[in-house]
Design a protein around this ligand. Structure first.
Ligand code: HEM
Length: 272
């Protein structure tokens, strides 16, 4: 393997990882007001919702598949009774549809960004470059599928590349490089595009991934109510009983239009 390839697959991954971690922390600490998804949903809804949902669902699936497929050692799959062929099939039939969904969502979103005047005016060059880079990484990723299908019995390339990825994260670049022998160019190009996504991540709107509001999924719910005309207002007695699970307390004041939390606050917790 020549020096240039050694640089691309033995050193470039560390450059990307270092920039990814350090610049993301720097931006979070020093430029918090630029930390946003810069959603263009308000500009025009159109195809936005479904395309955005399909894109996000797909890319989460692809990311999960990459973490499990590349970073979990083959021996762990064997211990769980999952043979090499099944591992490769999981990547093909799990990752393939997820990659396809991401591609469709991203194509619609990019088309909208390029050709919808209002959305275009609020986009900067970075928005377009990140879309292009994601498209390149996705197309190259999908282009690996025929080769992975051809070698599905052994999952040969998947194993070689997961050994490469594991050695990279364990800071063993020489061992990582030794696993790349005979790997077809399409995988290598895809890896370069994928690593470059990490490299430019901190400088783009992608940073919003780090503040995904996962807490909403487990947060108790609130119900906002306005007293309907003619309905009895809560009395002081009702309020003294406090809100029960599923019940709603309305304010005693005739002027207030409030809002009652359905669950009680935990000690130290404040309701918005
Ligand atoms: C360090 C970065 C990355 C590496 C090392 C990497 C590696 C790989 C490998 C080895 C495969 C083939 C898996 C198989 O045999 O089935 C693959 C497939 C794929 N990759 Fe990546 N990838 C990276 C980043 C990305 C990124 C950022 C995206 C999305 C934008 C992406 C999208 C895909 C897709 C859609 C496929 C085909 C479906 C699948 O197997 O999941 N990859 N990638």
């Amino acid at each position: 393997m020549g020096y240039f390839e050694q640089f691309l697959y033995g050193l470039y991954p560390y450059i990307c990882l270092t920039v990814f971690v350090m610049a993301t922390i720097y931006r979070f600490e020093r430029e918090p007001y630029t930390w946003q998804a810069s959603s263009s949903q308000m500009m025009r809804k159109g195809n936005f919702s479904w395309a955005s949902n399909v894109f996000h669902l797909g890319i989460l699936g692809v990311a999960g598949g990459h973490v499990v497929g590349l970073l979990v050692p083959a021996s762990a799959f064997h211990v769980l009774g999952i043979p090499d062929k099944a591992h490769q099939m999981m990547e093909l039939f799990g990752g393939g549809p997820m990659g396809f969904a991401t591609l469709i969502g991203l194509l619609v979103l990019t088309y909208r960004r390029l050709f919808d005047k209002r959305v275009r005016r609020t986009s900067d060059r970075g928005d377009l470059w990140i879309a292009v880079l994601l498209l390149v990484a996705l197309v190259l990723g999908m282009a690996t599928l025929p080769e992975s299908w051809r070698t599905r019995e052994s999952g040969q390339y998947l194993h070689q590349l997961s050994a490469w990825a594991q050695n990279i994260v364990l800071f063993r670049p020489s061992s990582a490089l030794s696993h790349l022998a005979g790997v077809p160019m399409v995988y290598k190009l895809h890896m370069l595009a994928g690593m470059t996504v990490f490299l430019i991540f901190p400088f783009t709107r992608l940073v919003h991934v780090c503040s995904a509001p996962i807490g909403y999924l487990v947060q108790g719910y609130y119900q906002i109510v306005r007293p309907a005309a003619g309905r009895r207002r809560a009395t002081a007695e009702d309020l003294a009983q406090g809100p029960g699970e599923g019940s709603v307390a309305a304010p005693a004041s005739p002027d207030a239009q409030l809002v009652a939390p359905v669950r009680s606050a935990k000690p130290g917790e404040t309701h918005p």
